[in-house]
Design a protein around this ligand. Structure first.
Ligand SMILES: C[S@@+](CC[C@H](N)C(=O)[O-])C[C@H]1O[C@@H](n2cnc3c(N)ncnc32)[C@H](O)[C@@H]1O
Length: 269
């Protein structure tokens, strides 16, 4: 099965089923495929039309989850603006961190990204993918088939997640920049500090200062390497910066900045 294309108009036997929900503008929706004998449900849940936002763009956890579940049930995974067939800059930064195949790494807000496919191809055996949207994780699981069985799929909001494992590397492309509320950013950093081992690396990609002001209908905070460093604080040393002019499937260009930090062995959080 080709990468993505699992939502919206599902190809290759993938089907969407929808029924009227219990009111409130929502509906029950399921993603499933049939192998001729059985119907296999990939994901089922209540989807709302759009998350409400506060004036500063911040959302409650429920609103955030409804928003992202809706995004992945309404759109094909290879048509969303952030889609990349080959996440080259992420992979370069991950490999530059000297992480070894037996090390544990996590893609936070990985959605239906193909990064996990490439990490498995590169020989990494302990890969976790966390996302608030179950349908996104279901799409990646389905795309990977048996190969996805070794992946630790975590459906959670990173701002309320309590990590039970320690990771050598944390990757986030286009998630942190949605946290417009300082309290959410503090909660994200609490999760990061619990999850990332000392001397581990964190790769964060956000829209750059001259990047878009919104994504997926939501406002974002744009960063420079300096402002992102200030967010993470003195226990993280900036080791590498890359820029990317991401070409969206619709043909627009979005400027990203990627920063790789190493968590210091000594000091602070
Ligand atoms: C712009 S997409 C990027 C997806 C992926 N990282 C990529 O580069 O293709 C943002 C992703 O973050 C997820 N997300 C947004 N807020 C989140 C949160 N608070 N916790 C976990 N995931 C979140 C969304 O469901 C979505 O998959």
């Amino acid at each position: 099965m080709s990468s993505g294309s699992m939502m919206g108009a599902p190809p290759s036997g993938m089907k969407k089923a929808a029924s009227a929900g219990p009111g409130g503008g929502g509906w029950l929706e399921a993603l499933y495929f049939s192998d001729g004998n059985r119907r296999h449900t990939l994901w089922a849940g209540l989807v709302k039309r759009a998350g409400r936002q506060m004036e500063d763009g911040s959302m409650s956890q429920v609103e955030r989850q409804e928003h992202w579940q809706g995004v992945y049930t309404r759109n094909a995974t290879d048509e969303v603006s952030w889609f990349q067939m080959h996440p080259i800059v992420s992979l370069d930064l991950i490999h530059a961190s000297d992480i070894q195949p037996e090390d544990r790494l996590i893609d936070v807000g990985g959605g239906a990204s193909t990064l996990v496919d490439h990490l498995l191809d590169s020989g990494f055996r302990m890969v976790s993918v966390l996302d608030i949207a179950g349908p996104a994780l279901a799409a990646s699981r389905s795309r990977l088939g048996d190969r996805g069985a070794t992946v630790d799929w975590i459906e959670a909001d990173v701002t309320t997640w309590h990590p039970s494992l320690q990771y050598s590397l944390w990757h986030d492309r286009a998630v942190f920049h949605f946290l417009t509320d300082p309290a959410d950013r503090a909660a994200y950093k609490t999760a990061l500090n619990h999850a990332l081992q000392k001397d581990g690396c964190v790769v964060i990609a956000t829209f750059a200062l001259d990047g878009p002001e919104r994504c997926s209908g939501l406002p974002v905070v744009r960063y420079s390497p300096e402002s992102l460093s200030a967010e993470l604080g003195p226990s993280y040393r900036l080791e590498q910066v890359e820029h990317e002019d991401h070409r969206t499937p619709a043909g627009r260009t979005q400027r990203f900045v990627y920063c790789r930090f190493r968590r210091l062995l000594l000091g602070g959080e």
